[in-house]
Design a binder for this molecule. Structure first.
Ligand code: CA
Length: 228
């Protein structure tokens, strides 16, 4: 099965060697050459697996890893570490790396690790088909953190995504501002704040609901996602 793999490596020769090899195995490869580009690429188009060098310009592989982990706790990340650098390996594993390959490595070894971790992804994605919430033409994929509206991708911030997920898990139900605050922001949030109304407005704009036909305002009560 073809998978999307993000290769984060600043040495062009190594990057292209990995890219060629994995492309030949039938995968779609994206290459990022520094820390910020790696995080940006991953957030824009989450990969099924990440190969991550430690020493990178911008910020290093550990920082890339922790940022990716905030966004996706499950995607397999194989770190490329220097020979003998046990500290790096331990630090990587502590930060949530799935595996590591020691540089210099033979492509066959990396490819075998990639195949092994992609099998896990395959099984997990079969098991998590239920991680999809559908209400009308809105489709929320929790594993990929993606939203589609009538088949088109919608870019949401993490908070907007959480708000939409909350609404979609309670379709047709009137939800008070306090319920939404508790469910999306946590109970520590100031209940007098108008943050719910602000984010409902953001969300309506992003899902083309400026006339509030999908997310209804229920006067004196709160909001309701129309289930149609
Ligand atoms: Ca490097």
């Amino acid at each position: 099965m073809a998978m999307r793999i993000l290769v984060v490596e600043d040495e062009p020769l190594i990057a292209s060697f990995i890219e060629k090899g994995l492309t030949a195995e039938g995968h779609a490869i994206e290459v990022a050459g520094d820390g910020p580009a790696a995080v940006g690429t991953f957030i824009h188009a989450p990969a099924d697996l990440v190969i991550l060098d430690v020493m990178l310009p911008g910020f290093d592989g550990f920082e890339v890893l922790s940022q990716i982990r905030q966004f996706d706790p499950l995607v397999p990340v194989i770190m490329l570490t220097a020979r003998g650098d046990i500290e790096d390996r331990v630090r990587g594993l502590d930060l949530g790396a799935t595996d590591y390959v020691v540089k210099p490595f033979a492509f066959a070894e990396l490819a075998a690790r990639v195949r092994s971790h992609l099998r896990t992804v395959d099984r997990a994605s079969a098991a998590s088909r239920s991680d999809e919430v559908v209400v009308g033409d809105l489709n929320l994929d929790l594993r990929r953190r993606e939203v589609q509206l009538d088949g088109d991708g919608v870019q949401l911030s993490a908070r907007e995504f959480a708000l939409l997920e909350y609404l979609m898990r309670h379709p047709g139900q009137v939800l008070s501002r306090q319920q939404i605050l508790d469910g999306v922001w946590g109970i520590s949030h100031d209940p007098r704040s108008n943050v719910v109304d602000v984010y409902i407005r953001y969300l309506r704009t992003k899902i083309g609901d400026d006339d509030a036909a999908r997310i209804e305002t229920v006067r004196g009560m709160g909001y309701r996602l129309v289930d149609r």
